[in-house]
Design a protein around this ligand. Structure first.
Ligand code: NAD
Ligand code: UDP
Length: 319
């Protein structure tokens, strides 16, 4: 059945894939964004679709529309961007979700809030289950994002308890794919761009820290699946691909897949950088049969092809 859906942060990396997917299913989509890290280029192909509406708006201010579902994604996600104006980041997380919750309560819409594996901080348990409360520095350089997302989860839980608001919290683990900003600064896009340009790959620390990388198509299926669960399911629920690799292994894989001449250069590890991260996805598997199916090799190949095309368009020739 056709639904009216609001996607905040819809012009960003994940948001643009979500808008496309929801439109392909025949829904009406309002994409709301202030273009801080997102871009109209990501949703240019959708602009001719009569079911698509684009609104420039900052989520720290209230917004009203009659919709049945809200996906709240607005928030910079890359450390360099969320640390650029940290006070704004916390406001975006906290006031953004507050405004979404007020709207959802008033119009009885379902709200799915995009939280993050960062709520686990530098985890002392591996893999991380939803029941783990985390190890987060409240005053460090990552705190604007981590604590902002933690308070957002608190708001969601309390709106549900106090006002009966229909909420769902997902905790997204490192996700990558086409439409990541070329200036995003996160590891996958940095390494691919460096490899394609035959520049040194910047490893922070000794590269033994781990992450698990989920391709964006798998995440979108998970997000939509969770939104469709019964109102009694609130989460939080982890969405990620549990295949764990070191940052050094990721660099070697990307160099190999791009036939790059890049070397490795080691830079200082940023403060509070988590040493290990791996989702336990048994809850998502149980609730929606979640099973990421895109391998790192397949996902990286699609992402490399995307950035390769962007570089060729920018410079008019191959690297
Ligand atoms: P992104 O930076 O590409 O997208 C964020 C979007 O939100 C951008 O379009 C940006 O312009 C918009 N935005 C930022 N501040 C805003 C504001 N005040 N008002 C309106 N729009 C605003 O990042 P992404 O990777 O697509 O992340 C989307 C969401 O998923 C974020 O909430 C992020 O915290 C969450 N998440 C992502 C990952 C990941 O690995 N990609 C992991 C965990 C959580
Ligand atoms: N990283 C790196 N080189 C880069 C960018 C990131 O070694 O050019 C490391 C970073 O220190 C972290 C991991 O890669 O250990 C993932 O970083 P990213 O910023 O992608 O995400 P997050 O730290 O939020 O998981």
């Amino acid at each position: 059945m056709k639904k009216k859906i609001l996607v905040t942060g819809g012009a960003g990396f994940i948001g643009s894939h979500l808008c496309k997917y929801l439109l392909e299913k025949g829904n009406d989509v309002i994409c709301l964004d202030n273009y801080f890290t997102g871009s109209k280029d990501n949703i240019r192909d959708l602009l001719d679709n009569h079911n698509f509406e684009l609104v420039r708006h900052d989520v720290i201010n209230p917004y009203y529309a009659e919709v049945e579902e809200i996906f709240n994604l607005a928030c910079p996600a890359s450390p360099i961007h969320y640390q650029y104006k940290p006070i704004k980041t916390t406001k975006t997380s906290v006031l953004g979700v507050l405004n979404c919750l007020e709207l959802a309560t008033e119009i009885d819409a379902k709200l799915l809030h995009a939280s993050t594996s960062e709520v686990y901080g530098d985890p002392l348990e591996n893999p991380q289950k939803e029941t783990y409360w985390g190890n987060v520095n409240p005053i460090g350089i990552r705190s604007c994002y981590d604590e902002g997302k933690r308070v957002s989860e608190t708001f969601c839980a309390d709106y549900n308890r106090q006002k009966g608001t229909r909420i769902k919290i997902i905790r997204i683990f490192n996700t990558y794919g086409p439409n990541m900003n070329v200036n995003d600064g996160r590891v996958v896009s940095n390494f691919i761009l460096q490899a394609l340009n035959n520049e040194d790959i910047t490893i922070y620390g000794d590269g033994t820290q781990t992450r698990c990388f989920q391709y964006v198509d798998d995440l979108i299926k998970g997000m939509v699946g969770i939104m469709e669960t019964d109102d009694s399911f609130l989460g939080p629920v982890n969405l990620g691909n549990p295949v764990e690799i070191t940052i050094l292994q990721l660099a070697e894989k990307i160099i190999d897949m791009t036939n790059s001449k890049s070397g490795l250069v080691f830079k200082p590890l940023p403060c509070d950088d988590p040493k290990r991260r791996k989702p336990d996805i048994s809850l998502a598997r149980k609730v929606i049969g979640y099973a990421p199916s895109v391998s790192v090799e397949e996902g990286l190949a699609a992402t490399i092809a995307y950035f390769d095309k962007i570089l060729k368009n920018d410079h008019g020739s191959a690297i």
